[in-house]
Write a protein that binds this ligand. Structure first.
Ligand SMILES: NC(=O)C1=CN([C@@H]2O[C@H](COP(=O)(O)OP(=O)(O)OC[C@H]3O[C@@H](n4cnc5c(N)ncnc54)[C@H](O)[C@@H]3O)[C@@H](O)[C@H]2O)C=CC1
Ligand SMILES: C[N+](C)(C)CCCC(=O)O
Length: 541
C-alpha cells in the first residue's frame, strides 16, 4: 500500500481547504445523506460495486426542472466505463431546445441580477449545504459515468462545494471606483454582470467543471446554460437540481445535452454574452472563432504538456509522491498533469526505482470500491488512443518500465471495462510523440537532465503552458526556476493541488482567462464608467 500514500495525502491536503461547513456528528451526517438519496428524482440505486445501472430520468434541465425532449432527432448511448454497459441514452438538444434554455436563463437573469449580493450569497451557501448532504450520491453517479475512483470523486464534489462557498463569499464584493474630476465633477465605475453565460464542459471532471464555471458566474449576477460532454452527461443535471432546491430563480442554471452541434448553437446564439470552455485545444480554437464573430469574451481552459522538474537535492519521497500525483489522478486524464518528468541525472536511478515500485502497487479495479485507486479510462476509443501512444513510444525508442497494457480485472462483470495498467516510460527524448503530445492517460514520460539552464529551455519548448512544477530544497533555485517557466499554474514541492482560493489557468495555447480565485470575478462581469457633471456643459458649438 506504500504506493497509495501520495493519493491519501491528496485527500488530507484538500480537506485542509475546507473552511465553512460546521462539523456535523457522523450519525447525523449519515441520516442527512440517506434522506437526500430518498428524495432525489434519479432512478440511481445505491450499491457497493459497479454494474447493471440504468438512468432513465431526462438529463436536460431548464425552467426549473428536468425536461424530456418531444421529438428526439439525435440520440446516442452513454456508457459505464467500469463495465462497458449502456447507462442511458443521450438526447441531443437542437435549435428549439437551446432557444428554450436560453430564454429561461434570460428570465432568471432579470430577477437574479437585481438581487443584493448578500441575498445571492445566501442562496449559493444553501446550494453548497445541499451538495455536502448529497456528497456520496453525487460522487457515486460521477464514478458510474466517468470511471474515476470513488475516493477521487468525493474530492471533486468537495472542490465543487468549496468553489460555490468561495464565490458566495465574493458575491457582495462587486464594487467600483470613485474618481475625482475638475470642478467638483466626478466619475464612478460599476461592475455589472454580463447576462446569459454559456459553460461547455469536458468529461474528466464533469461535476467539478460545472461548479467551477457556474459559481463565479452566479456570484456576479449572471445566469448560465451549461452543456456537459456527451460522454459524461449525468451529474451536471444534479447541480441544476441542487441550485433549484437552494432557491435560485427558475431557469438560472440550465443544462442542455449534446455534442459539437449543440455546442455550436450555444456559441453562435445572439443572446449569449460569454462562453467558458474546458476541453481540447482544437475545440477551444473553434469556440474562440465563433465567439469572435459575436465579439463575446471567452474563458478557455485547454490542454497541457506540463513539465515537472526534479532537482537532485529534492526530498526523494516527496518528489516521487509529486510525480504520481502529477500523472495518475483520474487515470491520467487531467489537463494540468505534469507528464514530462525531468529528473536530474544523479537522482534518476533512485527516482525510477521508487516511482516504478509505487506505480506497480496502484490498485486497479472497480472504481466504486474503497480500496481502488485507479478505475477504467473514460471510453473504449480513448483507451485505444492511449494504448496507441504507448505503442508509438516503444517504436520511437522509449523503454516501458511498467504498465501500458490493457488490464482485465478478475471480477467477470468488469471484463468489458476500459482498464489499463499505469505506465512509466524511461529513455524518453524531447522529440518523441509521447513527450510532445497530450496523451490524456496514465502514462508518465521520464527525461534525464544535467543543468538548470538546459532543463528550463527544454521545459519551455512546447506550444502549451498550463502548469509546471519544481522539486528542490534550494529556495532560491525554486523561485528562480518558477519565474522562468512559461506556465500559468505552478507548484513548488507539490503538484496538482488546486485550492479554489487561487486562480487556475494557462499560458500560450493552454488557454485564456482564469478559473477560481478573486480575479475570476472580473471574467464574469463588465465595467461601466459613469461621468457626472457638476457644472455647466462646456459646449464647443
Ligand atoms: N484540457 C482538458 O481538460 C481536456 C482535454 N481533452 C483532450 O481532448 C481530447 C478529445 O476529447 P473531447 O471530449 O472530444 O474534447 P473536446 O474538446 O472536443 O470536447 C469538449 C467539449 O466541447 C464540446 N464541443 C466539441 N466541439 C464543439 C464545437 N465545435 N463547438 C462547441 N462545443 C464543442 C464537446 O461536446 C464537449 O462538451 C481528449 O482525448 C484529450 O486529449 C479532453 C477533455 C478535457
Ligand atoms: C483538480 N485538478 C487539478 C486535478 C484538475 C482540474 C482541471 C481539469 O483537468 O479539469
Amino acid at each position: 500500500m506504500a504506493g497509495l500514500r501520495g493519493v491519501v495525502a491528496f485527500g488530507i491536503r484538500y480537506t485542509k481547504y475546507s473552511f465553512s461547513l460546521p462539523q456535523m456528528p457522523s450519525h447525523r451526517l449519515l441520516k442527512t445523506v440517506r434522506l437526500a438519496v430518498r428524495n432525489t428524482s434519479c432512478t440511481f440505486a445505491r450499491s457497493a460495486c459497479s454494474g447493471s445501472r440504468e438512468i432513465r430520468d431526462p438529463l436536460n434541465f431548464w425552467c426549473g426542472g428536468r425536461v424530456r425532449i418531444e421529438h428526439v432527432k439525435n440520440s446516442e448511448p452513454v456508457y459505464e466505463p467500469a463495465t462497458g454497459h449502456v447507462l442511458c441514452h443521450l438526447e441531443h438538444c437542437g435549435p428549439p431546445e437551446v432557444d428554450q434554455a436560453i430564454k429561461s436563463a434570460q428570465a432568471a437573469f432579470r430577477q437574479w441580477s437585481k438581487m443584493a449580493g448578500m441575498d445571492r450569497a445566501r442562496v449559493m451557501l444553501e446550494a453548497a449545504r445541499i451538495i455536502q448532504a448529497r456528497r456520496e450520491e453525487i460522487a457515486e453517479i460521477e464514478v458510474v459515468n466517468n470511471g474515476k475512483s470513488i475516493t477521487e470523486a468525493r474530492l471533486d464534489v468537495d472542490s465543487a462545494r468549496l468553489c460555490i462557498e468561495y464565490f458566495a463569499g465574493l458575491a457582495c464584493s462587486l464594487a467600483g471606483q470613485h474618481v475625482q474630476l475638475p470642478g467638483g465633477s466626478f466619475a464612478y465605475t460599476r461592475r455589472e454582470p454580463l447576462g446569459v453565460c454559456v459553460g461547455i464542459g469536458a468529461w474528466n471532471y464533469p461535476f467539478q467543471i460545472a461548479a467551477w464555471k457556474s459559481a463565479p458566474a452566479l456570484a456576479c449576477g449572471n445566469a448560465m446554460v451549461f452543456k456537459p460532454s456527451p460522454v459524461t452527461p449525468v451529474t451536471a443535471v444534479l447541480l441544476a437540481e441542487v441550485y433549484a432546491q437552494a432557491g435560485v430563480p427558475e431557469g438560472l442554471f440550465n443544462v442542455v445535452q449534446g455534442g459539437q452541434d449543440t455546442g455550436t448553437l450555444l456559441c453562435q446564439h445572439p443572446d449569449v454574452a460569454k462562453v467558458s470552455f474546458t476541453g481540447s485545444v482544437p475545440t477551444g480554437k473553434k469556440i474562440m472563432e465563433m465567439a469572435a464573430s459575436g465579439v463575446k469574451p471567452v474563458t478557455l481552459e485547454l490542454g497541457g504538456k506540463s513539465p515537472l522538474i526534479i532537482f537532485e537535492d529534492s526530498d526523494l519521497e516527496n518528489a516521487v509522491r509529486g510525480a504520481l500525483m502529477a500523472n495518475f489522478l483520474s487515470q491520467g486524464q487531467v489537463c494540468s498533469n505534469g507528464t514530462r518528468v525531468f529528473v536530474q541525472r544523479a537522482l534518476l536511478a533512485q527516482f525510477l526505482e521508487e516511482v516504478v515500485r509505487r506505480t506497480k502497487a496502484i490498485q486497479i479495479g472497480d472504481p466504486l470500491l474503497e480500496q481502488t485507486r485507479m478505475g477504467p479510462l473514460v471510453s473504449r476509443p480513448h483507451l485505444d488512443k492511449v494504448l496507441g501512444y504507448v505503442a508509438q513510444a516503444k517504436k520511437e525508442g522509449a523503454r516501458v518500465l511498467c504498465g501500458g497494457e490493457p488490464f482485465v480485472p478478475a471480477d467477470p462483470k468488469l471484463r468489458e471495462g476500459y482498464y489499463m495498467s499505469p505506465c512509466v516510460l524511461d529513455d524518453c527524448t524531447d522529440n518523441m510523440t509521447c513527450v510532445r503530445e497530450e496523451i490524456f492517460g496514465p502514462v508518465m514520460s521520464v527525461l534525464a537532465f544535467d543543468t538548470e539552464a538546459e532543463v528550463l529551455q527544454r521545459a519551455n519548448d512546447t506550444s502549451m503552458g498550463l502548469a509546471a512544477g519544481v522539486f528542490t530544497k534550494d529556495v532560491k533555485r525554486a523561485h528562480r526556476v518558477i519565474e522562468q517557466l512559461q506556465a500559468g499554474s505552478c507548484f513548488i514541492n507539490n503538484y496538482n493541488i488546486t485550492p479554489v482560493e487561487v486562480p487556475f489557468g494557462g499560458y500560450k495555447a493552454s488557454g485564456i482567462g482564469r478559473e477560481n480565485g478573486q480575479v475570476t470575478m472580473e471574467f464574469y462581469s463588465q465595467l461601466k464608467t459613469v461621468v457626472v457633471e457638476m457644472g455647466d456643459v462646456d459646449s464647443l458649438f
